[in-house]
Design a protein. Structure first.
Lengths: 390, 219
């Protein structure tokens, strides 16, 4: 297999971007129209995900260790999309047809053979990885909504009870799907450390132009069953045992992983100080204030600070990071940041400007543009670079 | 994929066989060293040839296993023309683009509506508070020696309540004429008004003086 030729031909297809992805899916659904039902109605975000995952595979085709780990994760994760082994050859066929279409005269039998071989290896690794994990973990967990509480105009706290044990760590996220928006998976972060009864709280804000979140906030009801994918993420988790004190910076529903982390620490015996700064636009947007006050009241090592970024009736607007810096110097702490992309970017930028070491700043974001396992495979430095990119 | 039949002891390599040195003991009769060496040389060469053959065969087997696997689960991806109708493909692309545009436009509209009503709601709240502060100032200016902080607060709350009631009666007629979405929005406004009508129930987050910095950054 000529890996240089693979990379070179891929480099020619990349500039076609969205067009190539649109052609790929149209080809795929022409070969097997039944596959269309496996994808959401709107394919916009899907295209970026496909290209970024494929690009990652091709650009690491020489680095078998990186590639194998990624591809196995890909295979395991695709179980929740109900992908079966017999789907792989069809996808391969559509891929080769797309490459042939995109490369035009540059496409030849040798390239076709190389791509077919590379695809065969990748799909076999995905199928094997999926089969290997099948006996131990379901493709997804059905989780019944047992409580649905509207906390503000656009935020709901939704408690689910999964069938079977979901083994996640505080700070990890789960892909979630609802029958209200079939095939639209979005990442939500449990707001509690794993409980004995297995229930999980999600803090969901209805994103104005979102697909899944408004359905979850406004339409879903107690008794609805959601699907949960495997826990993912390693940047917002905290190792148990003694460690540095923490500064947790949360924008709105970004408070979820922070609460889970605090619960995890509360269950241990370590003596670690935690300062949590929660930011929202106005005081009526504080969706979890009562519980946070309770937390700060119960746990002496937890300090909770509130910041209002608009504060239209108090008139003293302040961002999360401004409030944090006003309260002290945190160079000896590990800093965790979670919130909207703008909040995370602004916070990281300010911290960097103030001389905080980026190695002490933990961020993680699973948006709907990048395929999450791919994002999870990025190094912490890359993640940090990406979230602070203007 | 390695040969499954590999014995536990590491097999001798052709190189090791070629270089094997057997100890000679005493003056007992034995094999001619030259003959032994020649034999070892030949064995080594044959094993080397066999190893090469085995590795070629293993590669073949692996390739064939993949092919069998792929064929069992459908077809092997290849470049053979599959009778795909390019016109059909381009029609599908167009149809999907149309769908995506409609969805994107709907999302933009929804976002716009939400942003607008949020701005409106904030405006109402801001105005209500300004009116309440004005009422408090009026009370302070006219109360004279009978001033009490409780009464000042009462003046504030009474003004806020009046504003709220005026807003609700206006909204009721609108909401009755529309659907669930508007009901949700009304509920949202009610949620926002609650902490103002009952200000003691929330924590005042503006305890730290500061100048307006990056706004709207918090989710």
């Amino acid at each position: 297999m000529d890996t240089a030729a693979l990379k070179a031909s891929w480099a020619q297809v990349v500039p076609l971007g969205d067009q190539a992805a649109a052609y790929f899916y149209a080809t795929l659904f022409s070969i097997d129209p039944g596959l269309r039902n496996m994808f959401p109605a709107s394919m916009g975000g899907q295209r970026d995900r496909l290209l970024s995952a494929l690009g990652h595979i091709v650009s690491n085709v020489d680095d078998s260790e990186t590639l194998v780990a990624f591809v196995q994760q890909l295979g395991r994760d695709h179980r929740r999309f109900e992908v079966q082994p017999q789907h792989y050859p069809v996808v391969g066929q559509a891929l080769l047809h797309t490459l042939a279409h995109g490369l035009g005269p540059a496409w030849n039998d040798q390239l076709a053979a190389d791509w077919a071989e590379a695809y065969g290896i990748v799909s076999k690794a995905m199928i094997d990885a999926a089969a290997a994990v099948d006996p131990f973990e379901p493709a997804w967990w059905n989780a019944e909504i047992v409580a649905h509480e509207r906390r503000t105009g656009d935020i709901a706290v939704i408690t689910v009870r999964p069938q079977g044990e979901v083994r996640y760590r505080a700070g990890q996220s789960l892909a979630v799907e609802s029958h209200l928006r079939p095939k639209v998976w979005r990442y939500l972060t449990p707001a509690n450390a794993p409980r004995r009864d297995g229930t999980i709280d999600f803090h969901v804000r209805a994103v104005a132009a979102g697909q899944l979140s408004p359905a979850l906030v406004y339409q879903s009801r107690v008794g609805d069953v959601l699907r949960l994918g495997s826990p993912i993420g390693n940047r917002l988790t905290v190792a148990s045992g003694p460690g540095p004190d923490l500064l947790l910076l949360a924008g709105g529903t970004g408070v979820a992983p922070m609460k889970a982390i605090i619960e995890q620490l509360a269950a241990g015996l370590e003596d670690r100080k935690v300062t949590l700064v929660v930011g929202v636009p106005n005081q009526w947007d504080l969706h979890d204030q009562a519980e946070l006050d309770q937390l700060a009241n119960d746990l002496r090592w937890v300090q909770v600070i509130t910041a209002l970024s608009d504060d239209i009736i108090g008139g003293q607007p302040m961002t999360v990071v401004e409030a944090a810096l006003r309260h002290g110097s945190w160079h000896d702490r590990k800093i965790y940041v979670c919130g909207s992309p703008a909040m995370v970017a602004g916070t990281c930028q300010t911290l960097r400007d103030e001389g905080y070491a980026s190695t002490n700043i933990h961020v993680e974001q699973f948006d709907d543009k990048t395929y999450a396992p791919l994002r999870a495979s990025l190094t912490p430095e890359r993640v940090f670079e990406e979230v602070t990119r203007p | 994929m390695s040969a499954e039949s590999t014995p536990r002891r590491r097999p001798l390599s052709p190189h090791e066989i070629r270089n094997v040195r057997l100890r000679q003991i005493g003056f007992r009769k034995g094999y001619d060293p030259a003959e032994v060496n020649a034999l070892l040389q030949r064995v080594a060469e044959e094993i080397a040839a066999r190893d090469a053959q085995i590795s070629t065969l293993l590669n073949d087997v692996e390739r064939l296993q993949r092919e069998v696997y792929a064929r069992r689960h459908g077809a092997l991806p290849d470049n053979a023309p599959v009778g795909l109708d390019e016109a059909l493909i381009s029609e599908r692309i167009q149809a999907q683009q149309y769908v995506d545009e409609i969805v994107a436009a709907a999302q933009t509209n929804a976002a716009h509506l939400v942003a607008q009503s949020r701005q409106q709601a904030n405006e109402i709240i801001r105005a209500a508070h300004a009116a309440a502060e004005q009422a408090a100032r009026n009370y302070r200016a006219t109360s004279g020696p009978s001033y009490s902080p409780d009464r000042e607060e009462l003046a504030r709350l009474a003004t806020l309540a009046q504003w709220a009631i005026r807003q609700f009666s206006g909204l009721r007629t609108q909401v009755d004429a529309t659907d669930d979405a508007a009901r949700q929005e009304l509920a949202s406004i009610l949620d926002r008004l609650a902490p103002i009508l009952y200000p003691g129930n929330t924590t005042n987050g503006a305890a730290y003086p500061g100048d307006p910095g990056h706004r709207n950054e918090n989710r």
